[in-house]
Design a protein around this ligand. Sequence first.
Ligand SMILES: Cc1cc2nc3c(=O)[nH]c(=O)nc-3n(C[C@H](O)[C@H](O)[C@H](O)COP(=O)(O)OP(=O)(O)OC[C@H]3O[C@@H](n4cnc5c(N)ncnc54)[C@H](O)[C@@H]3O)c2cc1C
Length: 471
Amino acid sequence: MSLRSAEHYLSSLADGRRLYYRGERVDDLLAVPDLRVAAEHAAIDYRVADDPTHRDLAVVKDPDSGEEYSAYYRVPRTPEDLLERSRLIELCTSLGGTMVTLIKEIGSDALFALQRVLEGEELARAESFLERCRHEDLAVAVAQTDVKGDRSRPPHLQDDRDLYVRVVEERADGIVVRGAKCHTSVAANADELIVLPTRAMGAEDADHAVAFAVPVATEGLSLYISSFSGGERDPWDFPLSSRHRMLETLTVFDDVFVPWDRVFLCRRPELAGPVALTFVEYHRFTAVSYKLPLLDALVGAAAVIADMNGVARAGHIREKLTQLVIFAETVRGLTELAAQRARVDERGIAYPDPMTTNLAKYTFATRYHQALELVQDCAGGLLVTGPGAEDWASDEVRPVLEKYYGAAAPASDRLRVMNLISDLTVRDFGGYHAVLAVHAEGSIEAEKMQILRSYDAEPRVALARRLAGLD
Ligand SMILES: Cc1cc2nc3c(=O)[nH]c(=O)nc-3n(C[C@H](O)[C@H](O)[C@H](O)COP(=O)(O)OP(=O)(O)OC[C@H]3O[C@@H](n4cnc5c(N)ncnc54)[C@H](O)[C@@H]3O)c2cc1C
């Protein structure tokens, strides 16, 4: 098969999966407008492969078989492969109104990590699963983050051991798992779910050192979809979030059976840390790639609204725009550098330079809120005091708005840009982006730890000792 249409992807979601939304069981995700928005958004990952303008980036041809498949599932072998992957992620996010599409990005991040860390039979299973994802062009979510309970305790010291997903039974034909993961993006609208350990583990945590893949429609698997950013939205008020949304779930495994050919790790604490970390390194590179359209949108929106307000030439506005440009281009530069500095392991698989990737992600996450302040400053208070779509549609109210809300640009244009900035930085979609910036792909402290861990201090220490006349 290899390349599926967006319609094929969407129709595959009606498979009896167990979903809950707003307190109720949902039988057909596509029948709920709020949820359908998310599936249509994710379908961009399929539409790009169908679009002649983007095919070169989105589709790869196997030189031996001639089979065409999604470029997301190409195992990177060179820095150029990683750069192209980054551009594809950037493209899809840009088409997705600054929201990452993720249904092929995150799954392939996990699969690349498994190819790098596993050996023997476990590696063979991961390879054959990657082959399936590629051949059947599957949408794949990754549940790594456990609900975790008391953060100061390891899994085996939690009052309830189900707070980290664990193996409760090993059988001749497979394993049985129980527990819950949370914040699982796109699980509700994916075909498959890959489960990875969330952290390094010791021998006492062996039951929790488990990695596997299951179809989303699996007996015992229930997904509780977050209602954040839900509800009907008029595109005039919400130009982005009315069309683009990502769904997160509380992902509960109630004695789920997983056959052995889908089990990548079972009670292997020594591999929990390496798998978790290797996934995160690919996934942070995906993250900084998908942040770029958001940063470009912030710079562009600030410039346009400053112009429309008639303040584009003011010194402090130019300073604010300069700060935004510095921020956006620093993250872009570090993202490209992470690919250029890529290493290739002994299996011939390329991975982005860990230190540079974490520098990019850290820079993004720690400056993001400051960038929002700059954009909001350029825009003015109309971001929260402006009219709504009903006002604009009203024959009686609209002339008043047109008369009083025009500035260096007509009110019709200025209010649209205000609504864009409001959606992007002020309302719940903006809040979602802000929390995504800090926490998704690991929190800021995790990035700092990785920066320090991957920094080669030895030559710098030697330099300091030499300069001090010690050596
Ligand atoms: C929008 C969104 C989408 C996401 N998508 C996915 C996804 O698709 N798949 C997935 O697996 N995960 C996903 N995540 C999860 C993300 O990786 C986590 O949010 C992140 O790892 C932080 O975990 P947490 O939310 O449980 O916060 P916590 O870990 O509770 O962090 C809160 C604070 O506590 C600190 N902290 C935590 N533990 C300790 C400790 N032991 N000692 C000292 N300080 C500590 C942290 O540094 C942080 O400051 C997503 C998150 C978001 C926000």
